[in-house]
Design a protein around this ligand. Structure first.
Ligand SMILES: [Zn+2]
Length: 234
């Protein structure tokens, strides 16, 4: 596995299986849907993939999962995770602090891409997606591989409350405020499902700390652009 840290793309490759990446998708102009810079179409052009083979989401910080296939509608409403076992289907999500979670089953060649902020994490979007993937494809969860992409980290993730019971042990005090370690929470959830620690890859990258490489909603507020994370079976 290699990880190439480079603006504007962060690329992780696993030989011959699939490609995952976070692609800076450009600024969204505040208050409009006008895209001033590249988007999913630009990503398809860069990857030389037909636009109709790319699936995206209208994300809502929920726990709905879509199993997708070739020729599917290109944007699925109110959904935060995509799963497929078809080659050539480009799964995409957009983030600007939330965690892009990539899941891969090397045995059944099934992949999932999950948008996980704290609300989705609390609803169990990651766990539900993995159980959905394993249940439908007959995967052994112990053989799955997962990766956690660039996202806001506990160094910068000030959280308004330390009163959410399931997050309590992932809060740390910083200058009288509460900082949340969402990555730690997700890591523990993945391990708890049976994925070995050695099969969980963490990019270690904080979106807030790295303005040259990543958009951050916390840092840029309404003017924040979005990264596109994507995943595809060749
Ligand atoms: Zn940071």
């Amino acid at each position: 596995m290699t990880f190439r840290s480079q603006t504007p793309s962060q690329i992780v490759r696993l030989p011959s299986y699939f490609l995952w990446d976070c692609f800076n998708s450009g600024k969204l102009v505040a208050g409009t849907t006008h895209k001033a810079c590249p988007d999913r179409s630009a990503l398809c052009r860069e990857l030389q993939i037909a636009r109709e083979n790319a699936v995206g989401l209208k994300q809502c910080h929920g726990d709905r999962i879509a199993w997708v296939h070739q020729g599917q509608v290109d944007e699925i409403a109110e959904t935060d995770a995509l799963v497929t076992n078809q080659s050539g289907v480009l799964l995409t999500i957009r983030t600007a602090d939330c965690v892009p979670v990539f899941v891969f089953d090397p045995e059944t060649l099934t992949i999932a891409l999950i948008h996980a902020g704290w609300k989705g994490a609390r609803l169990g979007i990651v766990k539900k997606t993995i159980l959905e993937l394993a249940g439908r494809s007959g995967s052994d969860v112990k053989r799955l591989q997962a990766a956690l992409g660039p996202s806001i980290r506990s160094c910068c993730y000030e959280f308004r409350s330390d009163q959410i019971p399931e997050f309590k042990s992932f809060m740390k005090p910083v200058n009288g405020k509460h900082h949340f370690d969402l990555i730690g929470y997700l890591f523990q959830e993945l391990e708890g499902l049976g994925i070995p620690q050695s099969s969980i890859f963490d990019s270690g990258l904080c979106t807030f700390c790295n303005p040259g490489d990543f958009f951050s909603y916390r840092r840029e507020q309404e003017n924040a652009g979005r990264m596109i994370s994507f995943m595809m079976l060749p």
